[in-house]
Design a protein around this ligand. Sequence first.
Ligand SMILES: [Zn+2]
Length: 102
Amino acid sequence: MQKSHFDIWGSVLKMLRLIIAVVIVYLIYRLVKTSLLPSGKRSEKFPRRPASIEGEEMVKDPYCNTYIPLGDAYKASINGETLYFCSKECFEKYKRKIEEES
Ligand SMILES: [Zn+2]
């Protein structure tokens, strides 16, 4: 009886030691993973490119029907309406055209 009890505890301790070893290996693996990855992934997460290239709103030039990125457009207010042109030239031509029509 005494011996079988000892055997059970012996195998339990062996299993515990195995579990502890696995946990330690896992913790080391996580430590290495978290300390190595962030520096490599940070550049992917925050790419250093101009914010205006991707996902920028496109506006239409009502005079020549060209689409221009909002940041590059010539902004003008005509009759209380905000319009965007590819250039000041287009704005002036458009303004002239409107004045002729009205
Ligand atoms: Zn234009």
